[in-house]
Design a protein around this ligand. Sequence first.
Ligand code: UD1
Ligand code: CA
Length: 464
Amino acid sequence: MTSNSILILAAGEGTRMKSDLPKVLHSLAGKALVEHVLDAVAPLGGAVGIVLGRGAERVKERLSGRKGLAFFIQKERRGSGDAVRPAARWLASRGGSVLVLCGDAPLVRTESLRALTRVHRREKNAATLLTAEVPDPAGYGRIRRGPDGRPAAIVEQRDASVEEQSIREINSGTYCFRIRDLLEGLRRLRPNNAKGEYYLTDVIGFLVGRSRSVGALRLSDGDEILGVNNRRELAEAGRRINGRLLDRLMDAGVTVVDPATTFVEESVRVGRDTVIEPQTFLAGATRIGRNCRIGPMTRLQDCVVADGVRLEASFGEGARVESGARVGPFSRLRPGAVIGRDAHVGNFVEIKKTRLGAGAKVNHLSYLGDATVGPQVNVGAGVITCNYDGVQKHRTVIGRGAFIGSNVNLVAPLRVGAGAVVGAGSTLTRDVPAQALALERAPAVVKRGWAKSKRTRKSSPSHG
Ligand code: UD1
Ligand code: CA
């Protein structure tokens, strides 16, 4: 059998992360580290095995939506070579070659994996390494090349001589192995190194010593080799992934004003000629249409935004904004908010489970929850839907073209008919028919001269 096999090593302790969360579950651009690796290998086809250790149950649970993964458990962390052992029988039964990757290297690209496999096949190697020359090789295994220019061994940082430490070609931790040779090499591993671990990298020296052919594909761009071992590297990997995602948007005709302060997740789609202003975060299943202006200072999670929308300094989650609408600055759209065509939502307005009709306006300081607001309705400053009675939520329905004056409390359940007017300051507990005026207001008391005489009384000298 020569079908593709892929093995991801993810059982490391992740000690340097100083975290309660298994390292490979730390998230970058909305996906766990290991999910980035799984997504990179998915297009290759083939069976995928994954070796887990600490927190295996949590990792399995996170990956439960993915079909056909074979899980292996490394009980004790004894090195990357030891990590392959739990999968040895699986590998033996599959035969052919296996692509081995680290679960903590999220930037690896599918094209590089394809190229690596091609070199491996073409040269009929026992092992083929993915390497790169980097300016700062600290922490990585170095590739020692023999007089023939081919890899002779991988030397880990801690075990490297001063001379070897100056080698800038590093091991990515991604390899292709002929399974037979890999399994043979694993049996010969000894923990004779600074860490006292069984190093997978020692299999290379072993194979070379047996005159098996070992090759390497050296990447010109070391970018994708970054392994995440600590939080600084996590942040660095995040920056690079984000940079790639923003490049993809820009290549598709989106303007990103400041890539350094704009963050997107892979699942996000943005239409051409949309401008993304600085300090904007687009996450989850967010879809943005064409010719929009999003940001600055905006965060959208799972929002659908149609064409020509202006959304400034606002937060949205699970909301839909129809074409031509204006939102913000300082609006909050919560799940179930639907902002109709050309509608306006202004500053300090919160909208939840509410449909705002086309051309409706809620411009200042309002809360609309569990409401249906018809087209062209004007909602004045400070209007609140009192949707919750402490036990249950109730709906408010406002008909087309109604006018709700400032500072009105709409006590739900409540219906305001089309074209009705509700006077400012009312606390409305009864339905209002179409075209009616509703007013709930205590009569004002006005006493002429009262204020002035009070002041005079106060300032006159006391005789007491
Ligand atoms: C490893 C390589 C190094 C390479 C670097 C690339 C070894 C000995 N060294 O170093 O040459 O430059 O990756 O990022 O392999 N793992 C287990 N079980 C263990 C130990 C490790 O599953 O007992 C897994 C880890 O989860 C990780 C991978 O093996 O995915 C590498 O282990 P790690 O400890 O991160 O090795 P590095 O020091 O980064
Ligand atoms: Ca690592």
